[in-house]
Design a protein around this ligand. Structure first.
Ligand SMILES: Cc1ncc(COP(=O)(O)O)c(C=O)c1O
Length: 359
């Protein structure tokens, strides 16, 4: 069979492991809270099965455009930020081109680059888990078609500051597409962090991506949005899988915008939980990057898989990246006690001088 060799060679995207009924699922950076009754009611009443959806989600686009101060054609809805990223990659890059991002970052950037036929150029993160934006700017070549900046970075949780992002944009050619992936923006509490919404209209080459999957707790419905210059979004419309965004997703997203204050209270509960968890782990002696997201990173290196097995035995399903580290989502309050107990055991067995230990 004549299939594309690079597709056959791709490891594919590994989804966070599901959890047994009695375990905590900390593997996919999901929101541990169940849907709000108002959101559930809106989704249920929009459930139509025999008709195609109006997949451009016009009501949601208008509602977002109004909030953002843009026109509706400067907003694009997709089946999650993942779909929008892939659409934008496909619109800009093909065989012979390069897609540039920091590494380690969101794994899907790698598999989606393969789908386009372009080459992934991965610039190592700084030692603190943040993007090395100077090195990224230096890695731009005439073949670069897309640069992705992920803030907070998945899986380290480290942000890009507004100042560093502005300096970076000065160095990027104005016809090179930059994607600011802010999937976890609502969990940020550091005021120095770049906020894409304040940059709308400032750069001709910048598209901002956000999602309803994380802070808004709608991961199962697959809905996210992008905002940027209409011409770029129009190109991304042309690469979409047709008719994918459902009416149920649109209705739930609209209801979530209406219930935003209530949902953001839950976000505060999660960020407060994050702070408590990180403080407790640091008190045990862990060296943990500064996360502004709903997950944390344990840089266990060669001890990663053993550590993840240990956590699994304690009823905690996590996201190990073999040889590198474990990403743990901030989950239910009840997950913290077994997590801290197991983390203390793992740390006690790490050799002196291991990077996951505080110096
Ligand atoms: C950095 C980042 N971007 C985008 C996404 C995509 O989210 P979704 O497709 O659910 O909107 C994720 C999900 O894990 C992510 O971690």
């Amino acid at each position: 069979m004549k299939l594309r060799p690079e597709i056959l060679a791709s490891p594919g995207y590994q989804q966070g492991r599901p959890a047994a009924a009695d375990a905590f699922k900390l593997s996919s950076n999901e929101n541990p809270f169940p849907p709000l009754p108002s959101v559930l009611a809106a989704a249920t009443s929009a459930l139509t099965l025999n008709r195609y959806p109006n997949a451009s989600a016009p009501a949601l686009r208008s509602a977002l455009a109004e909030r953002l101060g843009t026109t509706a054609d400067e907003v694009l809805i997709g089946t999650g930020a993942i779909a929008l990223l892939q659409q934008l990659f496909l619109a800009a890059a093909g065989p012979g081109d390069e897609i540039l991002f920091s590494w380690r970052s969101f794994e899907a950037y790698v598999t989606m680059t393969t789908v386009t036929g372009a080459t992934a150029v991965m610039v190592p993160n700084r030692a603190d888990g943040g993007h090395d934006l100077d090195a990224m700017a230096q890695a731009i070549t005439p073949a670069t078609r897309v640069v992705v900046v992920c803030t907070p970075n998945n899986p380290t949780g480290v942000i890009v500051t507004a100042e560093d992002f502005a300096a970076f944009m000065e160095k990027v050619p104005s016809d090179l597409l930059v994607l600011l992936d802010e999937a976890y923006a609502e969990f940020v509490t550091d005021p120095d962090t770049v906020d894409g919404r304040t940059l709308i209209g400032r750069y001709p080459n910048l598209v901002i991506l956000r999602t309803f999957s994380k802070a808004y707790g709608l991961a199962a419905l697959r809905v996210g949005w992008a905002t940027g210059p209409a011409e770029i979004l129009q190109a991304a419309r042309l690469t979409e899988v047709l008719l994918s965004v459902t009416g149920v997703a649109e209705a739930a997203a609209l209801a979530s915008l209406e219930a935003e204050a209530e949902l953001l209270e839950r976000v505060s509960t999660i960020t407060e939980r994050r702070t408590r968890l990180v403080d407790a782990l640091r008190a045990q002696g862990w060296n943990i990057p500064h996360s502004e997201s709903n997950f944390i990173w344990l840089a266990l290196g060669e001890h990663t898989l053993a550590g993840a097995e240990r956590l699994l035995d304690a009823g905690l399903v996590t996201r190990p990246f073999a040889g590198d580290g474990i990403r743990l989502s901030i989950g239910e309050e009840e997950s913290l006690a077994p997590l801290l107990a197991t983390a203390a055991e793992i740390l006690s067995e790490l050799p002196a001088g291991h990077p996951a230990r505080a110096a």
